[in-house]
Design a protein around this ligand. Structure first.
Ligand code: 5RP
Length: 249
């Protein structure tokens, strides 16, 4: 059997949409001399592909700050300059994928388990730009992404955190298990992920839900990215791109 790549269209039917969104966002936002946050997941692979093309063609000088082990590998494999938050605590832009985006550009992130670093990097950037295929463009969070809100927790606290989430917010908080390892997923920070399957009727008030989650000892971060994104680029299978900007931005 031939080797398949993560970015092979036969493997990922949404690739054309992801790529169209990523290329357009890179073309509209990446400029010379920027400090750029590089997100995690599959869509960001196309963004890095386009960044590399532009760096070579236009001789751009940029520094890339990774949001995960995967992002760091992507930066290194593509010979892009790698930086850290220690060197660059303020970024010009952060580009990242999302699991779902609502009408106000609130996001669910963390499907790949990198939510904490992704939120830190996004919070340090002047502009946080989302790239996704158009399935993720949703009126209400939870309509498309049915795997819950990812929450990074300190391992020794996962059982009490599960219990408290269920008591205080309802629904069910499920420990995310690894596919090829007997046991839970371990994040880049050495923690576990709980996926909170919230009750969708009525839809939770997200700011309040996020506040309650952050008040539970043992919760490190949540995959609710509220009022953070400045714009979202959604690509279709035909390569068309819709851009939505946050009303207040
Ligand atoms: O939040 C993330 C990882 O923690 C990803 O950005 C999110 O899961 C989207 O991934 P993909 O681009 O593969 O659809």
């Amino acid at each position: 059997m031939g080797k398949t790549s993560e970015n092979d269209v036969t493997e990922d039917p949404a690739l054309a949409g992801k790529r169209a969104a990523a290329y357009r966002a890179v073309d509209e936002h990446i400029r010379d001399n920027q400090i750029v946050g590089i997100g995690s997941g599959t869509t960001i692979v196309s963004a890095v592909e386009r960044i590399v093309e532009r760096v070579r063609a236009e001789n751009l000088s940029i520094v890339c700050i990774p949001t995960s082990f995967q992002a760091k590998q992507l930066i290194l494999e593509n010979h892009l300059p790698l930086g850290t938050l220690d060197q660059y605590p303020q970024l010009d832009i952060a580009l990242d994928g999302a699991d779902e985006v609502d009408a106000d550009l609130n996001l669910i992130k963390g499907g790949g388990g990198c939510l904490t670093q992704e939120k830190i990097i996004a919070s340090c950037a002047k502009e946080f730009i989302i790239i996704a295929d158009d399935r993720k463009d949703s009126a209400v969070l939870g309509r498309y992404w049915n795997k819950g809100i990812p929450i990074e927790v300190v391992p020794m606290a996962y059982c009490p955190v599960q219990l408290k989430i269920q008591q205080q917010l309802g629904g069910k908080a499920v420990l995310r298990m690894a596919h090829r390892k007997a046991g839970p997923i371990v994040t880049d920070n050495g923690n576990f992920i709980l996926d909170w399957m919230f009750s969708s009727e009525p839809t939770p008030e997200w700011i309040e839900a996020d506040r309650k989650l952050h008040c539970i000892p043992g919760v490190l971060e949540t995959g609710l990215f509220l009022n953070m994104a400045k714009a979202a680029y959604f690509g279709t299978a035909d390569g068309l791109v819709t851009v939505r900007t946050r009303p207040s931005s």
